[in-house]
Design a protein around this ligand. Structure first.
Ligand code: ZN
Length: 263
């Protein structure tokens, strides 16, 4: 499931190839049953406009300009954005196509249809309506410590709660816990100030690191958990063996040797 760094990579695609071009037409893609995409009136609102900015908050992507309207995208389980030119084959699983004047095209793809596309007035409205917390790359240490440290539930679940902070999902929550030696089921209220500070620092370092590779996992350091998310694999940080457990309904990979529960 695309998390903050994966969505940031898509945002950069739009920024690099789809800004300041007049939108000639917006049309539905293939097989748009059971997925939310803008209706004719919504699509019409974008025509004649340009995207002057592409922004992101957590896992939500927005393309538009001051005063709106904006195209809001959520990738669900497997959504993505693909830029191509007229004459190239239309990407498979395209659910919405933005046709710019000239050849450039933007496709919102979603093979599994858990994502959506919407035309909205302003990103702030969507962020408020969904009660999203601060973006995980923007949240300061103090706010992070409050929001995670006051959680009575598992720290893994707290990191993934989008109303506490937006952008972290299963993959990068596990990585943050692994790199800080934190057991995923540790209660937020059992984390000390030092550990909360470590978690904040590690989370930002990890998310930034993944963004720097445009979410190309093979370019990430060998010692990261991302390369060994399998039960029975050797830990890269100690002599332990990795295991998995459901925490908050999601499979968590961790090392029971160096990721200790708080006393
Ligand atoms: Zn270990």
């Amino acid at each position: 499931m695309p998390e903050l760094p994966e969505v940031e990579a898509l945002r950069r695609r739009i920024e690099d190839g789809a800004l300041h071009r007049t939108i000639a037409r917006v049309r539905p893609g293939n097989d748009t049953a059971h997925i939310e995409v803008p209706d004719a009136a919504g699509r019409k609102r974008l025509e004649g406009r340009q995207f002057s900015r592409a922004t992101r908050h957590g896992k939500y992507l927005f393309a538009g300009s001051d005063g709106g309207p904006w195209l809001a995208l959520h990738m669900g389980m497997a959504g993505s954005v693909r830029l191509y030119d007229d004459g190239d084959a239309q990407p498979d699983y395209a659910r919405l196509i933005v046709e710019f004047e000239g050849d450039r095209r933007l496709a919102f793809r979603d093979p599994r249809k858990f994502g959506w596309a919407r035309v909205i007035d302003a990103p702030e409205d969507e962020i408020a309506a969904r009660d999203l917390g601060p973006d995980a790359l923007a949240i300061d240490a103090e706010t992070f410590a409050q929001r995670i440290g006051q959680s009575r539930g598992a720290v893994k679940s707290a990191l993934m709660a989008q109303e506490k902070l937006a952008g972290v999902g299963n993959l990068w929550a596990d990585e943050t816990l692994y790199q800080t030696g934190t057991h995923p089921e540790t209660r937020g209220t059992d984390l000390g100030d030092g550990k909360l500070s470590d978690l904040h620092t590690a989370m930002r370092r990890i998310l930034t690191g993944v963004c720097d590779t445009n979410a190309t996992y093979s370019d990430l350091p060998d010692a990261w958990l991302i390369h060994r998310r399998e039960t029975g694999r050797a830990c890269s940080r100690c002599d332990g063996t990795l295991t998995s457990e459901k925490v908050g309904g999601r499979t968590s990979y961790f090392c029971p040797s160096h990721q200790e529960r708080a006393a």
